[in-house]
Design a protein around this ligand. Structure first.
Ligand code: PLP
Length: 456
């Protein structure tokens, strides 16, 4: 009996120019109401925060769900299926990121969880160096430990030189760096950073929350020691993420969570902890989240790294050309010499608060973007943006040129004609005045809760 979901024929025949989605995603035809009446197909341009589920992922889970049962010590047939699913998913995720044979794949909740686990595993006395351009997930765990922050220089080249100098002067156990900025999409030269770190005896950890969905990664080839990423940004929004990397620190570290599943033997006096990954996976594991993540990895691998990159590059180019038509729009960039970027573009619109632009795009055009400071306050401060921040459009394998064109057309309309509707600030967020749009019944009443982090 085969429980594999075939992914053949799920890739668009001709998606090379971004004209159609590269891979089907759930919700691609979603219709959402407009504040001005009627409805429109939702243009999801917020993949960097959370990407929609791949169609293959949803059908894989529908296949697996009837077999869902306890793992590892369950004697029943369904338990054996679930255990195999979990452990094969672990192996699949490791293959997707080019893990070395002795690397460990630890399932966690998300990138934040993975980086906090890593922070607890750095050998005692070991110092960590991180940049000030990071998402808070790769900044606050180190800041809290009292580690060393390196201010990014005006150019990427100078930043790498500063990194080299800093590592020469200060003994460092780990360099923790993002693979791609969640604000500007700029890709960091991870291979080169790993070589610099290793030259000075430091390891390198990559926050791949943004990079992994957009570029093929190889820990072995790139010399990356640890990698963290989230399922919900990689088309598998079922609550799993991973930390992948070298076994020695993870085996020596205190169990990330104390509890069942992380132990070999327990007496009333003491505990003999298991080796990683079990050591850091106490409690009942998220089998379906792991299976979803593995299926997403498999689908992206089948789509091909080059095809994913070409698709997103076409969309990014189209958006940048579109935005460049308007003097009022400024696209954010960290470094003038950063050559590569993923499908993440942040910008400001003169005369309009970012929050108002985002509310307008949603209410009048059914376009979902993010606004704020994207959980990267130090970077936004560095880019001289106030608390209102910027607007961010982000896309991936389910996006099309039509989505991008709709965004550009909506921005043109805003600049030429102003919004059709009135907006007010409510609970710290812009919202349409007298918004007639209700939520679907299954969601319950709208909570209007403001995010503590103003967007991821
Ligand atoms: N790192 C980067 C670069 C991100 O963009 C994000 C989320 O936006 C995170 C880390 C945190 O990811 P998560 O919320 O899944 O833990």
């Amino acid at each position: 009996m085969s429980t594999r979901t075939s992914t053949t024929a799920v890739f668009a025949a001709d998606a090379s120019a971004g004209g159609q989605a590269l891979c089907p995603v759930v919700g691609a035809d979603l219709q959402v109401p407009l504040v001005t009446g009627g409805s429109l197909r939702y243009a999801n341009l917020d993949y960097a925060a959370s990407a929609p589920a791949l169609g293959t992922v949803a059908s894989h889970l529908a296949t697996a769900l009837p077999y869902y049962a306890s793992v590892h010590r369950g004697a029943g047939y369904a338990s054996q299926v679930s255990t195999a699913l979990l452990e094969n998913s672990r192996a699949c995720v490791g293959r997707f990121v080019g893990a070395r044979p002795d690397d460990v794949v630890v399932f966690v909740r998300n990138t934040t969880d993975a980086l906090n686990l890593l922070a607890s595993a750095v050998p005692s006395g070991g110092s960590v160096l991180y940049l000030d351009i990071e998402h808070h997930a790769n900044l606050t765990p180190w800041q809290r430990r009292g580690d060393v922050v390196l201010e990014a220089a005006p150019t990427l080249r100078e930043t790498l030189r500063d990194l080299d100098d800093a590592l020469r002067l200060t003994p460092t156990a780990l360099v923790a760096v993002t693979g791609a900025s969640n604000v500007t999409g700029e890709v960091l030269p991870v291979r080169e950073i790993a070589a610099i770190a290793h030259r000075h005896g430091a390891r390198v950890a990559v926050d791949a929350a943004q990079l992994a969905p957009h570029r093929r990664i190889s820990l072995a080839d790139w010399g990356v020691d640890y990698l963290a990423f989230s399922g919900h940004k990689l088309y598998a929004p079922y609550g799993a993420g991973v930390l992948v990397g070298r076994r020695d620190w993870l085996d020596a570290a205190p169990a990330y969570l104390a509890g069942g599943g992380a132990v070999r033997e327990v007496t009333t006096q003491s505990t003999d902890w298991a080796a990683a990954p079990a050591r850091h996976e106490a409690g009942t594991p998220n089998v379906l989240g792991a299976a979803a993540l593995a299926k997403a990895c498999e689908t992206l691998a089948e789509a091909g790294g080059a095809a994913v990159e070409a698709h997103e590059t076409a969309l990014r180019e189209r958006l940048l050309v579109g935005l460049a038509q308007y003097a009022e729009i400024s696209v954010l960039k960290i470094w003038p010499d950063a050559e590569e970027a993923i499908g993440v573009v942040a910008f400001t619109v003169a005369r309009y608060d970012a929050g108002l632009v985002a509310a307008y795009l949603s209410a009048e055009h059914a376009i979902g973007v993010r606004d704020g400071r994207f959980c990267a306050h130090p970077l936004l401060a560095r880019l001289r943006l106030g608390r209102d921040g910027a607007v961010r459009a982000s896309f991936g394998v389910g996006s099309t040129l039509a989505d991008v064109d709709r965004l550009v057309a909506a921005l043109e309309q805003l600049l030429r004609c102003r919004p059709d509707h009135q907006y007010e600030v409510r609970d710290g967020r812009y919202a349409p005045v007298d918004d007639p749009r209700g939520l679907p019944d299954f969601a319950g009443p709208g909570a209007g809760v403001a995010s503590p982090c103003e967007g991821a």
